[in-house]
Design a protein around this ligand. Sequence first.
Ligand code: ADP
Length: 576
Amino acid sequence: MKRLRDIPLARKLSLLLLLTNSLTLVSLAAIFVAFDYRELERRMIAELQLTAETIGANSTAALNFDDRRTGEEILAALRGDVRVREAVLLTAGGDELAAFRADLGQTGLIDRSTLRGGTSVTGDVALLVHDIYMNDERLGRIVLRADLSSLRQHLLTTVGLSLLVLPVTIIVGHLFATWFVGIITRPVRKLTMAARELSERPGRWVELPSESADEVGELTRCFRVMLEGIRERDRALNEHKDHLEEEVRERTRELNEARLRAEDAARMKSEFLANMSHEIRTPMNGVLGLTALELETNLAPETRDNLELVNLSARNLLTVINDILDFSKIEAGKMNVESVSFPLGHTLGRQLKTLALPADNKGLRFTCEIDPLLPESVEGDPTRLLQVLTNLVGNAIKFTEQGAVRVVVAPDGANVKFCVADSGIGIAPDQLGRILESFTQADGSTTRRFGGTGLGLAISNRLCELMCGALRVESEVGVGSRFTFSLPLPASTADQPPAVEIEPGTNVLIVDDDPTNRRVLAGYAKSMGLDATLAASADEALALARAACARGAPFQIIFSDFHMPGIARSSPADKQ
Ligand code: ADP
């Protein structure tokens, strides 16, 4: 059975009215029937009492004279009252003087031994005892036995009538109540439907009931106002949405333009970087190469000192320039790391050997321990690995006045761990946290004392990240510093290309558009005893190469500038 609160409102109200109506009508009918019965009974008893009194008054003479015949004549008058079934006239001594019995042949049913004054009713039988007086002297009494079954008959008739009338009244009442409830609940139902339609399809038009002056009318009015508010808000929202879409389109267009401009700027920046890299490094290489060549000749001691100073300054300047260019490349996201097979121990040993000299010059103990358990060849980027190591070892030597600089390379799970430790000046704890950031130097005064851009560690840190590692630093002021990083360098099975031995007299072609570089390279070739031919352009180089082939003596080695005007195809920025 449905729970009461889940039943529709109209049915709930009809049910309520039906119940109250039925209850009221049944109660009223019951009260009416009971009252009617009691009233009728009272009236009947009163009538019988009046009859007894009248008979009593008429019987005084008969009782006085003990006149049975007169007594019986008087009682015979009761024949006209069907309710009186028996009447007995008793003398003062209690003897029967006369009697009337409606049912012929019936002996008396009145038990004289238990008679009490007044009226008593037992079931359908009423017994009336009326004492007869004359001048305050009791002459006797009259006893009436009456049949009250007509009362019960009347009760049954009234109940039957009520049972007939009640359902009809209840049904008519229910029909009327249903009609009335319909009037009350119709607008509520309409409102409910409107709310449901709106919740299913917001924004659609819905029909609202007409507004009456009662609470439902008030509810309808509020609903209408709310609906108008929602519609107004929807309209404003749609307008705003249209406007917003327009704005988004405009912004997207602006953003696209800005992106294109930024991409253009980035492309121009990387082109500028590539050009700058080439433009700066070319003359620097010229300076370095020519001073190196000059230093190999016989020079006056003062000239040699000056030239060595020029060479050192140029090398320092190239380091600074390289740092700045590398940093710009990393910032522009143009720095790529490669993965090639290379001999780990051999590559590290050869590079670190070049750093042993400056350490030795400062009187430092420089050691390099490469764990023999490490694979001979690994996959990785040797150039960037050496760049990081060179920077860390260079710093270690730079910031250590006495003691040792130690490089340890060992397996670290699947990785290779590199550690550069020194017994130098160390780094203060407050600087340690940001020492790997760009342009940071532990102490401003070290710039002047030791030189440097403050970019080396930042570049090393970013290179380690690019190679899937992380640079860590531990340091204690006055005790030393320890830089570590661990890189995934899987063992390589590829064969290493054999080292090229260049024999004196080898036929080489040197291609470079820069005359200084050509001169430097020609000087190197000459010092190695090579037979060098020079070409200033790609076309000239190709013509020379073809001619050499035609002669049957092709060039065995070609040294060529990567960035030759008019012929270079790939972006030089990728290779610088
Ligand atoms: P810089 O070119 O100035 O050496 P780096 O980024 O390589 O730039 O180093 C930043 C700063 O970190 C240095 O100026 C120095 O103060 C500190 N630093 C780096 N390595 C060491 C070290 N091994 N011992 C002490 N201080 C160091």
